[in-house]
Design a protein around this ligand. Structure first.
Ligand SMILES: Cc1ncc(COP(=O)(O)O)c(C=O)c1O
Length: 377
């Protein structure tokens, strides 16, 4: 158990080092063997990774593909849609989406002569409410990208409600699940969005290079990704230049030689989450954040996350007073073995399975002292 509060950045689990080492050592052994088994082994690891994600998402077989990052996942999907679905139309996104996705959207939408509508939070609010999204969401919206849980406030949207609204507006709805997946239950069928993108790096405790893209069978059938290659086909060895054929399933989101190494490196984390169960991990996190939340409230600190637990993901964000340099606070906590980070004056606190209750209390003492406040009894 530890003072680790950085699950919004990189997820941890008990015995991560030994489990990850074993997985990577096995990969090294297989990849170095002087035989012909390398690709069979490596693609088997990728298949197991996709299957793990499929179970986490409650997704049907053949609907999940690996992508290098969430940004490339969104790019692949958007530039795979029939041109007419997006060209000249509106794309809706909230201002508190992950910035990288906004950087991408701004350029893709510009090139398609469309309009990117970025919904800002209400005056004085730290996140974009679901009501505000709906207020800006009319029948001209061709595609909306929702952030299930935000990285700046841990606000958790009611994506099911938003997806239903999107459907009634005739929009394609996508959800970025990165900050919530693995710490709160999710089910693609129940939510009803058209596509889902996410990373393995946070609460799923994986490594980078192992993002995923999920799309409904109906949307997959419509997509003809611009970023395509031999691995977009059912048979990558179909090399006849005039006979390129997309795979009928999510394999069409592939392009060149796949990257099974990040998938293999992410498998132990995924397996930990599946073995432990998202419900159990959610309960553990809810207990820890409730303890932290009580102190934040009693100390009168400015909470940037929703007050109601059911509107939050697994993190709590607080705004530090302007006269208290955030990097100084992060450094002081680090000196005490408590690992956090800050975005501007916002301190991000994400306790997970390896974070101890004692460390939560210690954090409140150190932070309380910096703030001149009373620590948790
Ligand atoms: C909400 C959210 N989406 C996406 C990402 C990562 O996107 P990418 O894999 O493109 O770097 C993050 C990383 O912190 C995130 O918090």
């Amino acid at each position: 158990m530890s003072g680790y509060f950085l699950y919004h950045s990189i997820g941890m689990y008990p015995e991560k080092e030994s489990r990850l080492k074993a997985a990577l050592a096995d990969y090294a052994t297989q990849w170095s063997a002087l035989d012909d088994g390398q690709w069979g082994y490596a693609l088997g690891k990728q298949a197991a990774f996709l299957d793990g994600w499929r179970r986490i998402l409650g997704a049907a077989e053949g609907t999940v593909a690996q992508s290098e990052s969430v940004t490339t996942a969104l790019y692949t999907l958007m530039r795979g849609l029939p041109e007419g679905r997006l060209r000249g139309g509106k794309v809706l996104v909230a201002q508190d989406c992950f910035p990288s996705l906004h950087f991408l959207l701004a350029e893709v939408v510009r090139r398609m002569d469309g309009e990117l509508v970025t919904v800002a939070p209400a005056e004085g609010e730290a996140w974009v409410s679901d009501d505000r999204m709906i207020a800006h969401w009319d029948k001209d919206v061709r595609l909306a990208l929702l952030t299930w849980v935000t990285s700046t406030s841990s606000h958790r949207s009611d994506v099911k409600r938003l997806a239903a609204h999107g459907q009634s507006m005739g929009s394609i709805v996508g959800v970025d699940v990165t900050q919530g997946i693995g710490i709160r239950p999710y089910d693609v069928t129940d939510v009803g969005a058209d596509f889902t993108v996410g990373s393995s790096l946070k609460w799923l405790c994986g490594v980078s290079g192992a993002a995923v893209i999920h799309a409904t069978e109906a949307l997959i059938a419509e997509c003809q990704p611009e970023l395509r290659g031999w691995f977009s086909q059912s048979n990558p060895f179909s090399w006849d230049l005039d006979k390129f054929a997309f795979a009928p399933d999510a394999r069409r989101f592939g392009n060149g030689t796949p990257s099974p190494l990040p998938a293999a490196g992410s498998l132990p984390g995924l397996e930990f989450v599946l073995e432990t169960g998202v419900d159990a991990l959610a309960r553990d996190n809810a207990d820890k954040t409730a303890r932290l939340h009580d102190w934040i409230r009693s100390a009168g600190l400015a909470l940037v996350s929703p007050d109601a637990a059911e509107m939050r993901g697994g993190s709590l964000m607080v705004r530090l007073p302007e006269d208290l340099a955030a990097d100084g606070v992060v450094t002081a906590l680090k000196a005490e073995g408590i690992f956090t980070d800050a975005r501007g004056q916002i301190l991000r606190l994400s306790p997970g399975s390896v974070t101890s209750t004692a460390a939560i209390d210690h954090l409140t003492q150190v932070l309380g002292a910096r703030l001149g406040l009373k620590a948790m009894a």
